[in-house]
Ligand binder design. Structure first.
Ligand code: PMM
Length: 259
């Protein structure tokens, strides 16, 4: 799953159309390099980030979703809002990637249940502004699995078919560095939950910390090492900014199965 962040800081200049065109072109590049899915987001979820309005989120993402869908790209919409998810699905998205697992918008689960889409349920505790204050666990693996399963039950209770649900441990969301490593070490336990798994570590801060503060664009080799680990566990997908070396890592990891 290649990432297209349709956020202003992703673009150096230009108006809306130019930005959407640049985002579509970037998505097509990711596909030509081998991405199976392009994940389009219009709201930054990095720790401390402020929210944007729903209208602004849709203004940023919908032209990109429709531009990619028109070219037969499988598109996921990275949103916590039911209204944005529905509009993106109308525009051609076939996966709703909800980092809040239905917690941020009370209408999300009912709305997804009515759509013909896959639904990513990520482990999440709070909005970006406050999420790192919530990074407190008794047993991070057990707590994250329990909370994820509660969201999974809520999704099924709302009418979402279990086969449509993809689980994600939410690396970096309300988690300190050591929590992330502990969760990745325990990936084998998540594969027993009976769902496809998605993992997003691409260029995240805990990798930069491991590499003595290396900037995000220089974290792809470390990301690839984690991608190989994910593939060794047979997980369904990795969410990544850079595609080529991740596919190489997945090819290697797939030949070294741990499962
Ligand atoms: N991480 C980010 C955004 N969306 N979605 C899922 N399912 N899993 C993730 O780990 C995830 C996500 C933050 O990454 P970015 O802002 O660097 O793209």
């Amino acid at each position: 799953m290649g990432v297209v962040n349709a956020t202003p800081d992703s673009f150096s200049d230009g108006g809306q159309l130019q930005s959407a065109d640049a985002a579509v072109a970037h998505g097509l590049d990711l596909v030509s390099l081998g991405a199976s899915i392009v994940d389009v987001g219009g709201e930054s979820t990095r720790p401390g980030a402020d929210r944007v309005s729903g209208d602004e989120e849709r203004r940023r993402t919908l032209p990109v979703v429709s531009g990619l869908a028109r070219q037969d790209v499988t598109v996921s919409i990275d949103t916590m809002r039911a209204e944005t998810a529905a509009a993106a699905v109308d525009a051609g998205a076939s996966i709703v990637n909800d980092v809040s697992g239905g917690m941020a918008d009370p209408d999300m689960l009912d709305s997804v249940a009515e759509m013909d889409v896959d639904y990513v349920v990520m482990h999440w505790r709070a909005q970006s502004r406050t999420m790192q204050a919530e990074a407190v666990y008794d047993d991070v693996v057990k707590d994250v699995m329990d909370e994820l399963l509660r969201r999974r039950h809520a999704a099924v209770a709302a009418g979402i078919h279990p086969e449509r649900i993809i689980l994600d441990p939410g690396i970096g969301f309300s988690k300190l560095g050591e929590h992330n490593w502990t969760l990745l070490r325990a990936l084998g336990q998540f594969t027993t939950l009976g769902h496809r798994l998605l993992v997003g570590v691409s260029r995240k801060k805990f990798l930069g910390d491991l590499l003595d503060g290396r900037p995000p664009a220089e974290r792809d080799a470390a990301t690839a090492a984690v991608s190989a680990w994910c593939a060794s566990h047979g997980i369904w997908g990795v969410r990544t900014h850079e595609v080529r070396s991740q596919l190489d890592a997945i090819a290697v990891g797939s030949r070294l199965p741990l499962h």
